[in-house]
Design a protein around this ligand. Structure first.
Ligand SMILES: OC[C@H]1O[C@H](O[C@H]2O[C@H](CO)[C@@H](O)[C@H](O)[C@H]2O)[C@H](O)[C@@H](O)[C@@H]1O
Length: 617
């Protein structure tokens, strides 16, 4: 039953389950092909997603291998139900990770309940555990009714209501399900040195987990249009937050390729200041304040130290060392290699993160989440660093590896940092130097308008003096740098529509024009496509905005999930999955379309529209 062809499933065939410390991807074939434990940035013990079946997976499905599948999440939860319809009848598989308030970050429990719905179906379970990213075969032994798999520091306990047997470094079970019959499998991770293990009572855990998610959802106040898809995005964002540390990861996976068969394969299981602040915007403005407080505490711990040592990305507990390396024994998703863990972007200098940081703390204050006094002290220290560094070239929002430049978007975000510093100091009576910040803010504005705008193209461009376009410029109006109706912004949006789109969706930039230091190319970037929706809304191009939004929502898979990018030629999702950045952008656009989103909120902060005469050069 387990796929003998060893082919990877399409990315859109996966659904997410998780416990807000780690998560797993369940395929439409009932196979869990990606699972890192105990944290989402720990080593994977199922890594078939990035290699072969033998790199670790756990499949429960009808034995004859031919079925049709329907899937859904139980309403407002992260509990997945997969129904297999076969010639023998129908079976329902319910998958979830136990939400247990008392669980430490070192434990994690996966439960799979399979029920006969009709007929009498032969079922099979195949469990291949390979610790350390698919490389380590564990020693498996019986402990009472359970099987215990151990490899060094990691162990997994399997309990099942049907007999299991070991063969060829695989644990298997075969059983027949009749209508109304229920069988339960449970797999728990814990560090090997924790000798005592207590499996949960699965049905009580199911009820508790369902109630946990419903209670969480009920805390929010999003009632606008597209509620189903927006709530699924918010639940996905919550699943990517780390309950124990407050961090917010960019995605669940590493190395799902930006181009099928390509080398642009990166590890996203970390906390980017940029992605996390964006996520915060979505959660905070839909009523989820607890996550904002937890993230702010995470942030203050992570950035503690000299402002010059601030990184753009950290491990989920704030670890600074997340050095990038390749995993040569994994062949890569559909052969896209290398598979990388860690991320060298941690050593980059990216000016936009200062703007995102100041903007998110500004938002937190504006919704009444008044931070402790030391938060402003850290912000002032960060601003002191930015005063002497904003004018330097940097690596930019897209983390290009082709050398530092004066990226226009980076300078705009430096403007945001000074703008929000001035506003916070003025509104809340906080210590300045306000006048100096005002001066620098105005200097940066003039600098961007003088050097980032290309008269011939009637557009802002990727970096000072360049001819190239870049979708990050769509943020200029969204952060309030200029009004969306300013002639220069209108020109930039038009230029992006004319030159930076593929099949009606937005590319980040054209790699061949932008020297990003990498071979190959990539798909269209879904967050940027949502940013275009936001700009269209702000320019009053409502029906075009709605049309584009509907197209983007249509790219969600059957359970409402999106990755980072989309390949219009192959008509497939590409890049890491599910991706916070994309789901944030979806939530923001839905709210912007309803007239109550961040774009409108930030637009209220911006200077009056001008014809842009001062920008001519
Ligand atoms: O495409 C090259 C870069 O891709 C990754 O960065 C992207 O993902 C980050 C996390 O979502 C996001 O913050 C960034 O803006 C994106 O460009 C990767 O992490 C980089 O190492 C890589 O150079």
């Amino acid at each position: 039953m387990s796929d003998p062809k060893n082919e990877n499933l399409p990315i859109e065939d996966y659904a997410l389950i998780g416990n807000t410390i780690t998560g797993a991807l369940v395929g439409k074939n009932g196979s869990i092909d990606w699972f890192c434990a105990p944290r989402l940035d720990s080593a994977a013990c199922f890594a078939a997603l990035l290699g072969d079946r033998d790199n670790g997976h756990w499949q429960i499905a009808p034995a004859d291998g031919t079925w049709t599948v329907r899937r859904r999440y139980r309403d407002n939860t992260l509990i997945l139900e997969t129904e297999f319809e076969t010639s023998q009848g129908c079976a329902r598989l319910t998958d979830f990770m136990v939400m247990n308030g008392h669980d430490s970050e070192e434990h994690c429990r996966l439960v799979r309940i399979v029920e006969g719905v009709s007929g009498s179906i032969d079922m099979e379970m195949v469990l291949v555990i390979r610790f350390y990213y698919g490389s380590m075969v564990p020693w498996v032994r019986r402990v009472g009714d359970a099987r215990l798999a151990v490899a060094g520091p990691d162990s997994l306990h399997l309990t099942a209501t049907v007999p299991v047997y070991g063969h060829d470094q695989t644990t298997r079970a075969r059983f027949t399900l009749t209508a109304g019959q229920r069988e339960i499998f449970h797999l728990g991770y814990q560090p090997t040195h924790h000798t005592a293990y207590e499996p949960p009572e699965p049905l009580a855990a199911l009820a508790h987990t369902e109630a946990w998610w419903r209670t969480w959802v009920a805390q929010g106040h999003y009632e606008g249009p597209w509620r189903t898809i927006v709530m699924r995005s918010l639940i996905t964002l919550k699943a990517l937050t780390c309950r124990s540390t407050g961090a917010i990861a960019a995605a669940l996976t590493t190395s799902l390729p930006e181009q099928l068969g390509g080398t642009r394969n990166w590890d996203y299981r970390y906390c980017w200041l940029r992605d996390a602040t964006f996520t915060l915007w979505s959660l905070l403005t839909t009523g989820y304040t607890e996550e904002a407080v937890a993230w702010r505490e995470w942030l203050m711990r992570a950035v503690a130290g000299h402002p010059a040592d601030l990184q753009i990305v950290y491990g989920v507990a704030g670890e600074r060392w997340i050095g990038e390396r390749e995993i040569p024994w994994l062949r890569g998703y559909e052969g896209a290699s290398p598979v990388r863990i860690g991320n060298a972007a941690a050593d980059q200098f990216q000016i936009d993160v200062y703007g995102e940081l100041m903007d998110s703390l500004h938002l937190a204050r504006s919704v009444g989440l008044n931070p402790e006094a030391h938060v402003w002290d850290i912000q002032r220290a960060v601003m002191g660093f930015l005063e002497t560094h904003w004018h330097l070239p940097d690596d930019g929002i897209w983390e290009m590896r082709g050398g530092r430049r004066h990226f226009t978007h980076s300078k705009v975000m430096a403007w945001v940092a000074f703008d929000r510093a001035v506003k916070d100091a003025t509104r809340y009576g906080l210590e300045g130097p306000v006048e100096r910040w005002q001066e620098i803010r105005d200097t940066i504005h003039a600098d961007v308008c003088a050097h980032g705008f290309n008269v011939a193209k009637n557009s802002f461009t990727q970096y000072y003096g360049s001819e190239s376009l870049d979708a990050s410029l769509l943020m200029m109006a969204l952060v309030g740098f200029l009004p969306a109706t300013d002639a220069r912004i209108v020109g930039t949006v038009r230029a992006i529509e004319d030159e930076l789109m593929d099949d009606g969706l937005v590319l980040r930039y054209r790699p061949q024009e932008s020297n990003d230091g990498l071979p190959g190319t990539e798909g269209v970037f879904l967050p940027c496509s949502f940013w275009l929706v936001d700009n269209l809304v702000l320019q009053g191009r409502d029906s075009e905005a709605r049309q584009l939004f509907a197209r983007l929502v249509g790219l969600c898979n059957d359970v409402g999930l999106l990755s980072e990018e989309y390949d219009p030629a192959a008509r497939r999702l590409v890049g890491n999955f599910p991706q916070a950045f994309t789901h944030v952008a979806l939530v923001n656009s839905a709210r912007n379309l309803a007239g109550d989103g961040p774009a409108a909120h930030r637009a209220r902060n911006q200077p009056a529209a001008t014809g842009g005469a001062e920008a001519r050069r």
